[in-house]
Design a protein around this ligand. Structure first.
Ligand code: BV8
Ligand code: ZN
Length: 238
């Protein structure tokens, strides 16, 4: 922890990458945890264009159910610590894989939600993006009336311009990269962390379990984000 804390305090350009684990303490079960988050469905089966084309009603029902869980959850000390890092650091970027909206609610501003946001819908025809309406059923586009889909990046879809590429560009200049609560199951966000490491950044992995990142990290802080991150930020008496 001390080596990580010193490296963080010396850092000038900090990249933070988060996954579902940082929201676990907010009561949002992770993709891999037993939590039954997906009503028994396998996320990689439902979070796909094929699933939506096949049964848009089921996919909307699933996302509305998750949206309710996310909207009722609150940011935890881990989210707040990441927002605090942004205030302290000159150059800072948060790349989150999470669609739960808890980072912006905790105060993070310099963030890219690379997989989208559960509160937004996108028109399947004119691609306009708008808030998911409270009314039940499948939302239609407020501009052209066509069916809307969740504004979420699904498995098998390519990253939107200005998301992953923005993270990779920042990773090339970062001197500290903090990865929190990700198994590394989806390869692209992990590739950004490894890019930072290859370019000389000090890489820290915060996860109660070993992840695919831990073995590359300069420090693996084994524990829950809600406890570890505030400790990483704590002032160390000289
Ligand atoms: C892409 C939104 C190429 C959905 C998500 C082309 C065609 C077809 C497939 C592919 C393809 N190219 C690549 C693929 C493969 C695919 C992929 O990676 N599949 C996996 C299953 C192998 N990738 C894609 O399709 C991606 N597209 O790569 O296109 C490309 C690249 C560049 C430029 C152009 C094109 C798109 C993937 C996006 C999928 N959408 N989310 C929704 O939410 O409904 S991914 C989703 O799953 C999450 O967002 C997240 O990314 C991932 C889950 O991973 P984690 O967040 O890590 O969560 P997980 O549960 O796995 O782990 C939690 C961790 O937390 C654990 O380690 C646990 O120990 C830890 N933890 C628990 N408690 C705590 C904790 N940590 C800290 N504190 C705690 N308290
Ligand atoms: Zn439209």
């Amino acid at each position: 922890m001390n080596r990580a804390r010193q490296a963080f305090r010396a850092a000038r350009r900090v990249l933070v990458i988060t996954g579902a684990g940082i929201s676990a303490e907010s009561g949002i079960p992770t993709f891999r945890g037993e939590g039954g988050l997906w009503k028994g469905f396998d996320a990689t089966q439902l979070a796909t264009p094929q699933a939506f084309d096949g049964d848009p009603e089921l996919v909307w029902e699933w996302y509305r159910w998750r949206k309710q869980i996310c909207n009722e959850a609150s940011p935890n000390p881990g989210h707040r610590a990441v927002a605090e890092m942004e205030h302290r650091e000159g150059d800072f970027l948060l790349l989150t894989q999470n669609v739960d909206g808890l980072h912006p609610r905790a105060g993070s501003k310099k963030l890219v939600e690379i997989h989208g946001c559960i509160d937004q819908a996108r028109c399947t025809r004119c691609a306009s993006v708008f808030g998911v309406p409270a009314s039940e059923g499948m939302p239609r586009c407020s501009d052209c009336g066509a069916l809307a889909r969740p504004h979420i990046l699904w498995f098998g879809e390519s990253y939107w311009a200005g998301t992953l590429d923005r993270g990779i560009a920042f990773a090339r200049q970062a001197d500290f990269c903090l990865v929190v609560g990700t198994s590394g199951m989806v390869w692209a966000p992990s590739a950004v962390a490894l890019e930072a490491k290859q370019q000389g950044a000090f890489l820290v992995d915060v996860n109660p379990e070993q992840s695919q990142i831990s073995s590359y990290a300069d420090a693996w802080l084994a524990g829950p984000a809600g406890a570890i991150l505030p400790e990483l930020l704590a002032e160390v008496p000289e």
